[in-house]
Design a protein around this ligand. Structure first.
Ligand code: SAH
Ligand code: DHB
Ligand code: MG
Length: 220
């Protein structure tokens, strides 16, 4: 099985996914601004939206905004009156994202905060911004262990934490890897395995973005 086939199958499912103009524009504007092409795929974005809807999410936190592509999917999954906060380190990414989010009609629903999430997550705790119903981790992977710890402080009982890119082409099984992203994801998985307050699984994914996966973690 190949990348080419995974991409074709993803395209085959386009009528099911129904990525609209605002999402297509968000992806295109990110690319035009020179942002890296590492947003979630349409199929993955739709899954994020559906998960938010399935749990009736009213407060969502995202860590790693990029151009706001996943942000738009997630915010569309909010129930009436819901709000989303998304954390982004790069000012330039945040500016592109704010435009994309406004174009999607979500400017009043989404708050893009600029800064290092190891600083902005503790600020959210201090502010009492939570508790969140859904937290999506998708920033620098070496930061995942810290983001997971802060997420546990910010999540309500019954919340879902989703972490992107936990498979990395299978690289995650290489215990000796010198890649800080792999080690960050491995440490996250160990923390999840050892944490008594959560129940979790890993969903392996293939598609236009290659072979990767989501960790899905239920907080109790
Ligand atoms: N969720 C996006 C993709 C995010 S890519 C989508 O699927 O559409 C990862 C993003 O995390 C990048 O924009 C990067 O600038 C940001 N990032 C990296 N380190 C960070 C940090 N320490 N704090 C917050 N954001 C960070
Ligand atoms: C990378 C980051 C991501 O969030 C992603 O979905 C894919 C790749 C990366 O840093 O390579
Ligand atoms: Mg990702």
């Amino acid at each position: 099985m190949s990348q080419e086939l995974w991409t074709k199958v993803e395209q085959y499912f386009a009528p099911v996914i129904q990525e609209d103009e605002a999402l297509k524009a968000a992806a295109k504007e990110g690319e035009k601004a020179g942002l890296p092409p590492i947003a979630v795929s349409p199929n993955e974005g739709k899954l994020l939206m559906l998960m938010a809807q399935m749990i009736g999410a009213r407060k969502i936190l995202e860590v790693g905004t990029l151009a706001g592509y996943s942000t738009i999917w997630l915010a569309r999954g909010l129930s009436e009156g819901g709000r989303l906060i998304t954390l982004e380190y790069e000012q330039k990414h945040a500016e592109v994202a704010r435009k994309n989010i406004a174009r999607a009609g979500l400017g009043e629903v989404v708050d893009v905060r600029v800064g290092d999430a190891t600083k902005t997550m503790p600020e959210l705790v201090k502010e009492g911004a939570g508790p969140f119903d859904l937290i999506f981790l998708d920033a620098n992977k070496d930061g995942y262990p810290a983001y997971f710890e802060w997420s546990l402080k910010l999540a309500r009982e019954g919340a879902v934490i989703i972490a992107d890119n936990v498979v990395r082409d299978g690289g995650v099984i290489d215990a000796a890897s010198k890649d800080a992203s792999i080690q960050g994801v491995r440490r996250l998985n160990e923390m999840v395995a050892a944490e008594k307050r959560v129940s979790a699984t890993a969903v392996q994914t293939v598609g236009s973005k290659g072979y990767d996966g989501f960790a899905v973690v239920l907080v109790s």
